[in-house]
Design a protein around this ligand. Structure first.
Ligand code: HEM
Ligand code: HEM
Length: 289
């Protein structure tokens, strides 16, 4: 009994995803909300036709705007560490499901009227924020969990230390080499970029890696080398191959971390753009009332 309770607690504490939080509580809340909104829309008595300007239109618009402001506050909530029923996990769970319900709420608010105006701009930005949020959830769900939390930092430090140690060994092993061969080693030691710029980290492309180029150049050098030179070159080659494996591992981790961060570069700025367009929308409808 006690063990069952303990294992349940363990399950709900760390490993339960925010998507399943409290038995999909916020999915249920959101579904009920959407059903209520659809029923209100279907049974309304709108004159001349359903739009943002009817009583229900105003109600849905206000609900949508309040939801958007609340969803935007997650940025502040993320930075305040607290526990209990209003834990960050509960917030994120509510954020995801109520955020998705906006598709129904805002679309029915518009009465399906769209045009080239600031109102539809607000609507389009809202869809962009929601779509980027969905991408983020997909990343969190599919990318290895260990890399998205603090343990990722520790492994990253260990990986960098390992590459550094291999560099030292390569440097050591290269001491007896002739000048031309030493230049190949220098290519690996001095020109290898572990992470690289934003796009490189995002796409995980490292086909032109200096260490790989150095390994390629070692092949013909090894074919010509004799005696001590050949022994040293073989040692260097083995170390460079180990370095290539270590680099591949570190870069995979860097790539995944970049993916986990990249969607936020869309989600957060488009949230600000949405808030600005929404303000313009609300002010303009009241000005032209
Ligand atoms: C306090 C909140 C809101 C109020 C008071 C409000 C008010 C209105 C009004 C009065 C209209 C009708 C305008 C007309 O028929 O000319 C309208 C239309 C519209 N609203 Fe809102 N709205 C609110 C929130 C939102 C939100 C959250 C969105 C989406 C992000 C949105 C997107 C639209 C769109 C796309 C239209 C249709 C524009 C068109 O006919 O071309 N509104 N809104
Ligand atoms: C108009 C609706 C939405 C707005 C305004 C909004 C806004 C925000 C903001 C401001 C943050 C905090 C980002 C930060 O400071 O790091 C955030 C985080 C997040 N949002 Fe949204 N969001 C919306 C809808 C959605 C939707 C529909 C989803 C999922 C389908 C979603 C998924 C997420 C996730 C997963 C996070 C990160 C939570 C974490 O880091 O633990 N968002 N959102």
């Amino acid at each position: 009994m006690a063990r069952a309770a303990q294992s349940k607690r363990r399950k709900t504490s760390t490993h339960e995803s925010f998507l399943r939080h409290r038995g999909f509580l916020f999915l249920k809340v959101s579904t009920i909300l959407c059903i209520g909104v659809v029923l209100a829309y279907v049974f309304q008595d709108a004159h001349p036709r359903p739009s943002g300007g009817t009583a229900l239109g105003y109600a849905l618009g206000t609900l949508g705007a309040l939801l958007i402001v609340w969803l935007g506050l997650l940025g502040l909530r993320k930075r305040a560490i607290t526990d209990g029923p209003y834990s960050l996990k509960a917030w994120v769970s509510a954020h995801v499901y109520l955020g998705l319900s906006l598709i129904v709420i805002a679309t029915l608010h518009t009465g399906f009227h769209f045009g080239w105006n600031v109102h539809t701009l607000a609507y389009g930005l809202m869809l962009l924020v929601i779509a980027s949020g969905a991408v983020g959830v997909w990343f969190y769900a599919t990318l290895p969990k260990a890399l998205s939390d603090n343990r990722g930092e520790t492994t990253r430090k260990q990986m960098l230390a390992q590459i550094h140690a291999l560099d030292e060994q390569i440097h050591e092993a290269a001491q007896p080499l002739a000048r031309v061969d030493a230049d190949i080693v220098r290519l690996s030691l001095e020109k290898t970029d572990i992470g690289g710029g934003f796009w490189r980290r995002l796409f995980g492309y490292y086909g032109d890696c200096a260490n790989l180029r150095a390994i390629d150049q070692l092949e013909p050098a090894l074919a010509d080398a004799k005696g001590r030179e050949a022994v040293a070159l073989r040692k260097v080659e083995e170390l460079m191959r180990r370095k290539a494996d270590a680099l591949a591992l570190a870069r995979r981790q860097i790539h995944i971390t970049a993916l986990l961060e990249a969607w936020l570069f869309v989600h957060v700025p488009s949230t600000f753009a949405l808030l600005a367009a929404l303000t313009a929308h609300i002010v303009s409808v009241f000005l032209y009332w």
